[in-house]
Design a protein around this ligand. Structure first.
Ligand code: PXP
Length: 242
């Protein structure tokens, strides 16, 4: 199981003061040294964290694959085709949201998304759909030719944080979604909102090949440093899977 470290919020802190630090590339290189298997960065329409030049710098500087998260817009497609990252993860994006809320509606936008991902696939990117565990979304992702689905774990992680009795049902639905996606031949990833408290339950799903984790790791790095924060996540993931 691979760990993708999302460095968006290193850029958020940098942008807060308009300075050049903390440097997202330095964070990515530290993540790589700490055992990350990939770096994830989301170039949002409003550039609130990662900026265009960060994508260039990251692609040139890191020795592990870049997972480029983006909305399914013509602007982002052109950027992805220019940089040809290892992976492209399509996410829904609303300008007013604080973070990616909910998954992509692949089933409701199937024909457009099939056309949208075709050139990305031809350019060699592993295309991933960031979706909820709804079987209709998983089937649609399979039909349009995505290689990967990333299951949105944000709702589950919120339920755990709220100590909600609904957390167990949400976890079960994610587990079924992972098994169903795998049965269709999709590679299964998971991410959003994962912390030390929730990583084990998700890492236990045998079909999950990659976890993408950002905000918690950057937050935790304030206290223990980025390398140790990532190493501890890795240890918990691997222990859960074992
Ligand atoms: N996966 C996807 C598709 C995302 O959009 C995000 C957030 O940008 C993450 C994973 C990481 O979420 P978090 O920062 O909450 O760990």
């Amino acid at each position: 199981m691979r760990l993708g470290v999302n460095i968006d919020h290193v850029a958020t802190v940098r942008n807060a003061r308009g300075s050049s630090w903390p440097d997202p590339l330095r964070a990515a290189l530290l993540a790589e040294a700490a055992g990350a298997d990939g770096i994830t960065a989301h170039l949002r329409e409003d550039r609130r964290h990662i900026r265009d030049e960060d994508i260039e710098t990251l692609m040139a500087g890191i020795g592990i694959p870049l997972n480029f998260e983006m909305a399914a817009t013509a602007e982002m497609q052109a950027i992805a085709l220019r940089h040809k990252p290892h992976a492209v993860c399509l996410v829904p994006e609303k300008r007013e949201e604080r973070t990616t809320e909910g998954g992509l509606d692949v089933a409701g936008d199937e024909a457009r998304l099939a056309d949208f991902i075709a050139p990305l696939r031809e350019a060699g990117a592993r295309v991933s759909m960031f979706i909820g565990h709804d079987p209709a979304q998983i089937e649609a992702s399979h039909r349009i030719g995505a290689a990967v689905v990333e299951l949105h774990t944000g709702h589950y992680c919120e339920l755990v944080a709220d100590r909600s009795p609904d957390a167990a049902a949400e976890l079960a639905a994610l587990r079924e979604g992972a098994a169903f996606a795998h049965s269709l031949g999709l590679e299964v990833h998971a991410g959003h909102g994962i912390s030390y408290d929730t990583v084990a339950e998700i890492a236990e799903f045998p079909q999950v090949m990659e976890l993408n984790i950002g905000h918690f790791l950057i937050a935790e790095s304030i206290f223990r440093g980025l390398g140790p924060a990532i190493e501890e996540m890795r240890r918990r993931m691997d222990a859960a899977r074992a």
